[in-house]
Design a protein around this ligand. Structure first.
Ligand code: BJW
Ligand code: ZN
Length: 267
């Protein structure tokens, strides 16, 4: 169905979201694969959520890596190569600009994404809950390094000890990096408005931040193409593309009309 810009279907919900954002002194955002979808990074679940017939749960575990490191590295080397080519989209840029409005001390992005696109868009206060595709670490020694943009061999080895390297990614059944997680919990406990963007909300402990925000009485706004596991726990659900809704919210915050703000954005 075609909706003319003047009758954007979410207008009432957008106004509600705007009102919640306007009164918040501190804002925390939880992002997932959906924010990068419009940059061309595939999401994990739903259509296209398989990799050569493997479910993410079967490739992204320590057991899978022990069983067949070559298979797992093939998956990561392909994803690394494709991520160097993509660019942030208007959703990433809108969040970076929101951070400037609130100030980096009062605005944090807790991301489950490993693509680095929030930082590339200019966000300073980014907490990478699930690690980074750019980084590798040794399976034996303390070696850890940013190897962004580099093509790695099929089974890369550690420059310090010669043992096998692995992606610095949090796999299923692994703990999140303790310092990053602590800071995410703290940002959530201290926020007054919590944005949940482009995540299915099924992977824990990240999805638990939503409950953390509720527990401290923060208002919760969800932006997603569709209803998710989180929708029942939010105050306002905005259905649509984050690359369109976030810039629109930003424009409304700045006092521009929503319609004028969409001028530069492709439908
Ligand atoms: C748009 C859009 C647009 C599209 N605009 N929206 C049973 C057994 C074992 C473990 C568990 C278990 N039950 C629970 C667990 C714990 C487990 C877990 O949560 N599992 C559930 C899946 C059941 N969690 C863990 O294991 C975590 N660790 C842990 O708990 O440690 C303690 C422990 C120790 C020992 C045993 C058990 C526990 C670690 C979780 C690490 C997750 N890592 C991954 C893979 C990284 C690999 C990689 O990237 O290469 O991280 S999983 C994968 O899911 C990835 C993502 O960050 C994460 C979240 O996915 P996300 O971002 O939500 O993406 P999608 O695809 O699900 O959703 C996209 C959304 O966007 C959709 O809603 C779309 O509608 C929307 N969208 N386009 C707006 N344009
Ligand atoms: Zn090593």
């Amino acid at each position: 169905m075609h909706h003319p810009i003047e009758h954007f279907p979410e207008d009432r919900e957008l106004e509600q979201a705007l009102a919640l954002l306007r009164v918040a002194q501190r804002v925390t955002v939880l992002t997932g694969a959906g924010v990068s979808a419009e940059s061309g990074v595939p999401t994990f679940r739903g259509a296209g959520g398989l990799w050569e017939g493997h479910r993410i749960e079967d490739v992204a575990t320590p057991r899978a890596f022990r069983r067949d490191p070559g298979l797992v590295w093939r998956f990561y080397n392909l994803r690394r190569a494709s991520v160097w080519k993509v660019q942030p989209n208007p959703g990433h840029f809108a969040l970076a600009e929101m951070e400037q409005r609130w100030g980096a001390d009062s605005f944090a992005v807790c991301t489950q994404n490993v693509d680095g696109l929030h930082q590339q868009a200019g966000s300073q206060h980014v907490l990478e809950l699930h690690g980074s595709l750019a980084r590798v670490r040794c399976t034996v020694c303390e070696y850890r390094a940013d190897r962004r943009g580099e093509d790695l061999p099929p089974l890369p080895s550690c420059p310090q000890c010669g043992e096998l390297l692995r992606p610095d990614i949090v796999w299923f059944e692994e703990m999140l990096p303790a310092d990053v997680w602590e800071r995410a919990v703290e940002q959530t406990a201290n926020c007054e408005c919590f944005l949940v963007v482009g995540t299915s909300g099924v992977v824990y402990p990240a999805a638990g931040l939503i409950d953390g925000a509720r527990a401290v009485g923060a208002s919760i706004i969800e932006i997603n193409l569709e209803a998710t596991a989180a929708t029942g726990r939010v105050d306002v659900a905005l259905h649509g593309k984050s690359g369109e809704i976030l810039p629109r919210l930003l424009a409304m915050l700045k006092g521009e009309s929503g319609a004028a703000a969409t001028g530069g954005i492709r439908a």
